[in-house]
Design a protein around this ligand. Structure first.
Ligand SMILES: [Mg+2]
Length: 253
């Protein structure tokens, strides 16, 4: 029996600007059940309010408090540690960090900055880390899918700075075990009775398994044939979120 059901967003509920066929109904079914529902995303191109607005526009019945984003978690960590980060962020979420002191930076924060990943910015990030500033990454995703194509995500840029400055990033968001644990702690369910549904075999599936959750890979979004063989731990693999919800609701374990 599952007690909680976590969903990744992009590639699971929608692809680009279209809902995955049957996903709206599947989420409605899940919301009507006794399962605790959470939406867990690394996206750093939208604010939480934008995510909620876009999902609602597509017809999804969700609650704002069910959404857990990596940028919100990283902001909490930055405040707690009193870091003044040099931020490589997408312009859409810069406003979310406007109340964080970014003067005389003593840390580096890298998210999916898109056009912000220029040589000058990356070089400055490298120099700070080389001098001992901690490197914080929002997710470690290798790529995401948009407009039918795969695109570079934040992971490769975080790894470039790690390589150059011989440092190890603190990753906030999937696949961080702490991040999954944080979302699990927001429910009354134990990790082992929680099912994470995602299209990223590393960020969603391997991350969830490492955190003690169960996992289900969907063959939509960024899924590539053969992904199910890339992680050496048992998990489910299904056609789409519709089948994943069916499994969770039928209580199969
Ligand atoms: Mg995804």
């Amino acid at each position: 029996m599952y007690k909680a059901l976590f969903f990744d967003l992009s590639g699971v509920l929608y692809d680009g600007t279209q809902a995955i066929p049957g996903a709206v109904e599947a989420i409605a079914q899940a919301q009507a059940s006794d399962l605790e529902i959470r939406f867990v995303t690394n996206t750093s191109r939208k604010t939480c309010a934008q995510i909620y607005h876009d999902l609602t526009q597509l017809g999804f019945k969700i609650h704002l408090r069910q959404i857990y984003t990596a940028p919100a978690a990283v902001k909490a960590l930055v405040k707690q540690r009193q870091w003044r980060p040099y931020c490589l962020l997408h312009q859409n979420i810069r406003s979310e960090f406007s109340d964080i002191d970014q003067s005389q930076p003593n840390a580096v924060l890298i998210a999916d900055a898109e056009e912000g990943f220029c040589y000058r910015a990356l070089d400055f990030a490298f120099q700070l880390c080389q001098s001992g500033a901690p490197l914080i990454g929002i997710g470690r995703n290798r790529y995401f899918k948009l407009g039918g194509q795969l695109h570079l995500d934040a992971g490769p840029f975080i790894q470039a700075i790690e390589y150059a400055a011989a440092t190890e990033a603190i990753i906030v968001g999937k696949p961080s075990v702490e991040f999954f644990a944080q979302v699990v702690a927001s429910t009354a369910a134990p990790a082992e009775e929680t099912l994470m549904v995602g299209d990223d075999v590393f960020g969603d599936v391997e991350g969830a398994l490492n955190a003690g959750l169960q996992a289900c890979l969907v063959k939509t979004g960024k899924y590539q044939p053969g992904d199910e063989h890339l992680v050496d731990k048992p998990f489910r693999c299904v056609d789409s979120v519709v089948e994943a919800v069916d499994i969770a609701l039928s209580g199969q374990n």
